[in-house]
Design a protein around this ligand. Structure first.
Ligand code: F0G
Length: 420
């Protein structure tokens, strides 16, 4: 049987109790299992024959009634061998795990399918979150699918348009708060404490983390259990890096994986409290009061899951690094133009961070590395358009276009001569 447990004092809570922070010491909770029971369930099921997806791993989940699953077919995202990019970065083996291929275009869907399923099991009426954009898009979609009321708080003027349009079209009550993400999170925390039937689905909700841990399982399974040396992850509120690490430790404990990778977190230079803590060897994180970055998804100064993230990085012997907006945007373009993968700026921070760590000599060129890209590029088309050359506008005239393409200098017969 699964239960909830405080990561600090170990106090246990029943699986169906709605509780976000430990009532004894105020720390975060996580879901714990009877691993013998999981082993037993796995041995009776043919889970390894189920196509890659979040629910292939249902026996690793704290869900009691599988008939209540709220799904849009999340997970099973692309795992791309990235030879051309790897060569430019100067590393031998590079893969990109592209989470933009999820139903609403980000890794959040892995967590939301489990979180909203739990909301349905618990019988709550409405769900809420604070968000820099992707969480709100994902929650709005899953709430619509489940027939739940949904409200999302987002920072006014600081969210990419693709994400805003998603939350709106899925029918959520969208509230633009004049303030940053951290302030919105504080408000939704208070609201969900005050009104017990408003279920909070930010990543402090440990059920979200259970869905997101499947990202770790999938990387492992897509590599046929041969773990890479390192997994590089963009970090904002710090739920995802914690979730991947939790999944990998569980897989290791159950014998599906023999070596654990170094977890490497990347933040934007204007909002990098976790990176400072890692670099200073500190056990606490000092919030950044006015976080700023072009990567709006990770514009977060007070990451709620900082303690879990520090543990993931330290236990795995990993590291953390920060990257400037310029490095992020260069990486976004480079990934798109070498591998055909269009990701949003926050996602490209993993590529930018890896480049920096290789250049600094902190990552060995012989390492096998997986970079996680967390959200689709179409979430934020405005930024992409700003950093690319403007398209050329001409009249509808073949000669004008031949000129632009430099075809005037080419011999039009060369190819047909070769073919004949
Ligand atoms: N990448 C993208 C595209 C994100 O949307 C987020 C977080 C992260 C990385 C960081 O993940 O918070 O688990 O460390 N976005 C949240 C949101 C905060 O509201 O959409 P994290």
């Amino acid at each position: 049987m699964a239960y909830q447990e405080c990561i600090n004092c170990g106090k246990k809570y029943e699986i169906n109790e709605i509780v976000y922070f430990c009532k004894k010491c105020g720390d975060l909770l996580e879901i714990k299992y009877d691993y013998n029971a999981i082993n037993k369930a796995l041995s009776k099921s043919n889970w390894q024959k189920v196509p890659l997806s979040v629910w292939r791993y249902r026996d690793f989940m704290p869900v009691q009634d599988f008939s209540k699953i709220v799904s849009l077919n999340e997970g099973g995202t692309g795992f791309h061998t990235s030879k051309r990019l790897g060569k430019i970065l100067g590393i031998r083996q590079l893969y990109v795990k592209n989470e933009g291929e999820n139903p609403t275009g980000s890794f959040k869907d892995r967590g939301m399918t489990v979180g909203v399923t739990k909301a349905v099991e618990l019988g709550v009426k409405s769900v809420i979150c604070a968000s820099t954009g992707n969480t709100s898009a994902s929650l709005a979609a899953y709430a619509a699918r489940a027939g739940l009321e949904c409200a999302v708080l987002i920072p006014a003027g600081k969210i990419a348009y693709g994400k805003l349009s998603q939350a709106m079209i899925y029918g959520a009550k969208v509230i633009q708060v004049r303030g940053n993400f951290d302030e919105s999170l504080e408000i939704v925390l208070k609201l969900s404490e005050k009104y017990k039937d408003i279920y909070l689905l930010n990543s402090i909700n440990p059920f979200r983390i259970e869905g997101q841990k499947t990202l770790g399982f999938e990387i492992c399974d897509q590599l046929n259990q041969k773990m890479p040396d390192r997994i590089v992850v963009p970090v904002g509120n710090a739920g995802n890096i914690s979730a991947i690490w939790k999944g990998l430790k569980e897989y290791h404990r159950l014998g599906f994986l023999h070596k654990l990778p170094k977890m490497t977190g990347i933040q934007a230079a204007g909002s990098a409290p976790i990176v400072y803590a890692v670099k200073n060897g500190s056990d606490t994180v000092i919030p950044v009061t006015s976080p700023e970055t072009v990567a709006t998804a990770i514009r977060i100064g007070a990451p709620v899951s900082w303690k879990k993230a520090l543990r993931a990085i330290r236990e795995s012997n990993g590291t953390a690094e920060m990257v400037t907006d310029e490095e992020i945007l260069n990486a976004q373009k480079l990934l798109a133009q070498t591998e055909g993968l269009f990701v949003e700026p926050a996602s490209a921070s993993s590529i930018a961070g890896l480049k920096k760590l290789i250049d600094q000599g902190d990552v060995d060129r012989d390492e096998h590395v997986v970079c996680v890209t967390t959200g689709h590029g179409l979430k934020d088309p405005d930024t992409a358009i700003k950093i690319c050359k403007k398209p050329i506008e001409v009249k509808a005239d073949i000669e004008a276009i031949e000129k632009i393409l430099g075809l005037k200098k080419r011999n039009p017969l060369v190819n047909s001569e070769v073919i004949s």
